[in-house]
Design a protein around this ligand. Structure first.
Ligand SMILES: C[S@@+](CC[C@H](N)C(=O)[O-])C[C@H]1O[C@@H](n2cnc3c(N)ncnc32)[C@H](O)[C@@H]1O
Length: 315
């Protein structure tokens, strides 16, 4: 059941949006009765989309608990998928959300307001993970703490201190070498998992400013209800996620990519299978049955370097 404040908020939204457009009105009415929306509130997820990723991870084991990972969440606002990634990944993993909209990233993750269709965004993402990796390296090579000079002398004369300072010199050289290698590597692919739930933003119902200067709600096309148009627009974003996977995903990494079914999804699947060893089409139960929304779960990237031109020429 909704609290009094939530009911008031819904009726205010219903009044406000019913004046503006029929689809927003329908969206609010549907949210009132939808079970996943209620569960999302109960479990403190930012949206019902969380359950789609939970169901995908349940079936395919996208996230690893054995090691820390770098996760890139494309179209991350309002942040439900980042919340799931935070829950499912090993502690210490790095989650970066990218969206056209400004949003508050869930605690423990980072966000970047950017358009994934821009090459500059790819560079910024690479920079972000480079900084993260450097921090990790710095921590790994923390200088050795000498207990106390006097104690060290007492143990073995000067030899303990001498050997320890030699050791930290060696570590310093090794660290600098690793950092230089990381920064210069053309084939630097920092990401373990890419999630792409990109499409039209959800109407936001609280804690956000919709009237931002770049007005994404006006600039972005809305779900039109015309399946051909929705499909064509989603194919563009899927190709952007594919290019991001080629440029930023490690060998062996996985991507989950949302699409709207239509005549071109077969050739998208063909392109994806030139980059990943396994590509599976999957519709989680949490997707509305009437929706044409579906996901490609792409496992095991074939190599660090894959020639984009070949992929796009082939299909
Ligand atoms: C369905 S919502 C994502 C919901 C999110 N996965 C969650 O769990 O909260 C789709 C998002 O994709 C974003 N988006 C669409 N096109 C984009 C682009 N070119 N670059 C970055 N984000 C984009 C929209 O702004 C929108 O917030």
């Amino acid at each position: 059941m909704y609290t009094q404040t939530e009911s008031k908020l819904f009726s205010w939204l219903t009044r406000r949006y019913s004046k503006k457009s029929g689809s927003s009105h329908r969206w609010i009415q549907r949210q009132r009765t939808d079970l996943y929306t209620r569960d999302a509130r109960h479990y403190d997820y930012k949206s019902r989309a969380a359950f789609k990723l939970l169901q995908i991870d349940e079936k395919f084991g996208i996230f690893s608990q054995n090691r820390t990972s770098n996760i890139l969440d494309l179209g991350a606002a309002p942040g439900a998928w980042s919340q799931v990634a935070l829950e499912r990944c090993r502690k210490g993993s790095n989650i970066l959300g990218v969206d056209l909209l400004v949003y508050q990233p869930p605690n423990g993750s980072s966000s970047m307001q950017a358009n994934i269709l821009s090459k500059k965004t790819h560079e910024s993402i690479k920079e972000h993970f480079k900084v993260v990796e450097m921090e990790k390296l710095k921590q790994k090579f923390q200088p050795i703490e000498v207990i106390s000079n006097q104690m060290a002398f007492e143990i073995q004369g000067t030899s303990v201190i001498d050997s320890e300072s030699e050791l930290s010199k060696l570590e310093k050289v090794e660290r600098e070498h690793s950092l230089r290698k990381l920064c210069n590597d053309e084939l630097y692919r920092p990401v373990d998992v890419i999630l792409s739930d990109m499409y039209v933003p959800f109407p936001q119902i609280g804690g956000f400013a919709n009237q931002t200067t770049n007005m994404p709600y006006i600039r972005m096309a809305n779900t039109s209800g015309l399946s051909f148009r929705d499909h064509a627009m989603s194919m563009d974003l899927c190709d952007a996620a594919l290019v991001t996977s080629i440029d930023l995903l490690k060998k062996g990494g996985s991507s989950v990519i949302k699409f709207f079914t239509g005549q071109d999804d077969k050739s998208l699947q063909k392109r994806l299978s030139l980059v990943f060893r396994k590509v599976i089409r999957f519709k989680p139960k949490a997707c509305r049955p009437e929706s044409k929304e579906c996901y490609f779960v792409c496992l095991d990237k074939i190599d660090n370097f894959i020639d984009k031109k070949q992929v796009f020429r082939a299909a």
